[in-house]
Design a protein around this ligand. Structure first.
Ligand code: FPP
Length: 233
């Protein structure tokens, strides 16, 4: 029987805006409180021996939000990345960011490089910030990359396994568990290729209220799931 602790947990963090609105606050307060939830889940993931924790922080579609909110989110992510370097080091955790990085500012990319380099020796949990990312964009960029690198014959004989090597998540196991908060029940153009056999967990809890206890409830639910990958067991 496979291990009941997932190797890779991924999260679509949703509901920050509604959490703030319920309190008569600006949406950005919701995002700020959301960073605390990221910290809480990261702590739990390190304690529980989860190898990868990926979080959907900003989608390609999120660029269409009001400029002020986009800028606020960018500033918040830059601040959080800088502030968390010591926490990552204390926990032997490492950090990477994946997505359409060319759309992000020079400062954003520099900050990503700073925290990625500083934490590269981390042997425990790897936190993956999915930023300026969308699943369809990823599949398309993978196809273009493969077409540019391979001969026509090799391109035409690509297997499903080989194709994964061209996605931005190359080398990272597919998510075992995908959590989405705030009651929305959809994938929203997230890791479309990588979630083919991922267990899905939806909860009504808004992201700023999703902390260690709620993360562990999701893990407990996962451990009860029977993963058959289309086979009979
Ligand atoms: C969804 O809530 C949340 C986001 C779009 C962004 C969340 C990003 C963070 C918390 C930053 C984390 C970054 C680091 C580096 C730790 P929403 O605005 O869609 O909420 P709504 O559906 O209620 O409007």
């Amino acid at each position: 029987m496979e291990s009941r602790i997932p190797r890779h947990v991924s999260i679509i963090m949703d509901g920050n805006g509604r959490w703030a609105k319920n309190r008569g606050l600006d949406r950005l307060y919701g995002h700020k409180e959301g960073v605390e939830s990221v910290r809480a889940c990261m702590r739990a993931a390190v304690e529980d021996g989860i190898e990868y924790l990926s979080i959907y922080a900003f989608s390609e579609e999120n660029w269409n939000r009001p400029e002020e909110e986009v800028q606020g989110l960018m500033d918040l992510m830059i601040m959080a990345m800088k502030a968390e370097i010591p926490t990552f080091l204390e926990n032997s955790a490492r950090f990477i960011a994946l997505g359409n990085m060319s759309r992000l500012s020079e400062l954003f990319n520099r900050t990503v490089k700073e925290i990625t380099d500083a934490t590269a020796a981390g042997t425990k949990c790897c936190m993956i910030l999915m930023v300026s990312y969308s699943g369809q964009w990823d599949i398309l960029q993978a196809m273009k990359k493969a077409a540019a690198q391979l001969s026509e014959k090799d391109f035409l004989s690509l297997t499903q396994e080989d194709f994964g090597k061209y996605l931005v998540t190359a080398g990272i196991p597919d998510p075992d568990l995908l959590i989405r908060t705030s009651g929305e029940v959809r994938i929203s153009n997230y890791m479309l290729w990588q979630t083919a056999y991922t267990e899905l967990y939806f909860t009504d809890i808004l992201w700023p209220d999703f902390r260690e206890e709620q993360f562990r409830e999701a893990l407990a639910e996962y451990s009860k799931r029977d993963r058959r990958y289309g086979k009979v067991k």
